[in-house]
Design a protein around this ligand. Structure first.
Ligand code: SUG
Length: 417
């Protein structure tokens, strides 16, 4: 077994649109009613995967879910062609692209039975996301079917909101060693909802068989949620020994640092002070919604969206950090603008799994030739643009379903998902 970090990116689905469904997600609220570009969005996502491959990282993918979500609409007693605008928007969202919300993952070295555990998120806080979990569960059961190495859990009961890995971090000497798992939950978000509930996080930790000595439950600060950090990964990210966070990310920053120093003395804290980058700039630029990775050359690398380079306070901070030989040694910039406009940056688009690639269904792993094939099917079949008024058109519904079918066919996944 050679455990490595594998990032599974959600391919942006052909129904990607801006219906403004996520209250508390400022980008999504701001872009409500704008026209989207699903084809460009999906191609941007593929380019991000190419950039990760170029760094020498192992890369995986998840496929878009069926849209419209006909099964969910049927449970509501309506067909897509008859559903009203609001309901249809909830059934057409391509939000499963944000794979960081698919599940919470605990790698084998942390769990009682030595297997990698994944608990599918219930995403119950937002109607358009609440129906993602059955298709996510089916996909994870296929990708991680080998039960010698993986254990997949159904979502925790919907009494408690769970939004997956976006609210979970892990500190460790190296990916294949035991780690300290941090579950970040919200209590209050001012005007906005706290989407990750403590009871859900506790349940996930129990289900995964984590050692309580190596598990922390950390409250997200109310001011961060109120400023638009609807998930912890909008204000903090961890990789191996490094925790990179905004000064105002956590309710009790000092208490957390004390705990970390006691339980994992090797950890390195990289903080961005509010005086250098205000929460507003941090959230608008998605500086922290970056992928912090260690490629084979050993240089901790931060993969940020273009919006972070365009935000002066953020870019200046990064330049100073690099010049001072801080813990982050390299910055890579990617264009994920279509996803960003719905509040999803580079880190939202991926689910990080520490596992042996040989234990995973190869259909969910990518290399350049596979990305070329995907790029060609997406360029041929994905809608170029979706204006809000198009969302219910029978032609669009048909195109979205055909496009996904063509993609699954290319991946040899037809009839399975
Ligand atoms: O749940 N946006 C997503 C963005 C998720 C980002 N994920 C992480 N931070 N890990 C959300 O708020 C907008 C969809 C719309 O409005 O149609 C949306 O669901």
């Amino acid at each position: 077994m050679s455990l490595t970090e594998i990032n599974f990116d959600g391919i942006v689905g052909p129904s990607h649109n801006y219906a403004g469904l996520s209250f508390g997600n400022l980008a999504a609220m701001r872009n409500m009613g704008a026209s989207s570009r699903p084809r460009a969005a999906a191609l941007q996502g593929l380019d991000k995967m190419r950039a990760n491959l170029a760094l020498g990282l192992t890369q995986g993918l998840f496929v878009p879910q069926p849209r419209p979500a006909r099964g969910w609409l049927a449970e509501l007693g309506v067909e897509a062609e008859q559903a009203d605008t609001a309901l249809l928007a909830n059934a057409m969202s391509a939000s499963s692209m944000w794979a960081a919300n698919a599940a919470t993952v605990s790698p084998g070295p942390d769990t009682a039975d030595g297997r990698t555990h994944l608990t599918v998120a219930n995403l119950k806080s937002m109607p358009h996301r609440s129906h993602e979990w059955p298709a996510t569960l089916a996909q994870l059961r296929l990708a991680f079917a080998d039960d010698r190495y993986f254990r997949i859990h159904a979502p925790v009961p919907s009494a408690f909101g769970d939004e997956g890995a976006a609210n979970h971090m892990r500190l460790t000497e190296r990916h294949g060693a035991p780690g300290l798992e941090l579950f970040v939950y919200g209590v209050s978000g001012g005007a906005f909802p706290a989407r990750q509930h403590l009871e859900a996080s506790r349940a996930v930790a129990r289900l995964h068989g984590l050692d309580p000595e190596r598990t922390l439950f950390v409250e997200q600060s109310e001011e961060a949620i109120a400023a638009g950090a609807f998930h912890n990964d909008v204000v903090a990210v961890a990789n191996e020994r490094v925790l990179f966070a905004h000064e105002q990310a956590f309710a009790d920053r000092d208490g957390l640092l004390d705990q970390l120093n006691t339980r994992f003395p090797a950890f390195e804290y990289v903080e961005v002070a509010a005086a250098d980058v205000g929460l507003d700039d941090a959230i608008r630029s998605y500086l922290f919604n970056a992928q912090l990775v260690t490629p084979p050359d050993g240089q901790p690398t931060l993969i940020i969206p273009e919006e972070a380079r365009e935000t002066t306070s953020v870019w200046n901070w990064l330049q100073r950090h690099l010049a001072g030989n801080g813990a982050i040694r390299r910055v890579e910039v990617v264009n994920v603008r279509e996803s960003m406009a719905n509040g999803g940056g580079p880190a939202c688009l991926r689910l990080r799994v520490v596992a042996d690639p040989a234990a995973i269904d190869p259909r969910f792993l990518v290399d350049e030739p596979k990305l070329d094939r995907l790029s060609s099917v997406i360029s041929r079949t994905w809608p170029e643009e979706i204006a809000p008024a198009d969302l219910g058109s029978p032609q669009l519904l048909a195109q979205v379903e055909q496009a996904r079918a063509a993609l699954l066919d290319t991946l040899d996944l037809s009839q399975l998902l």
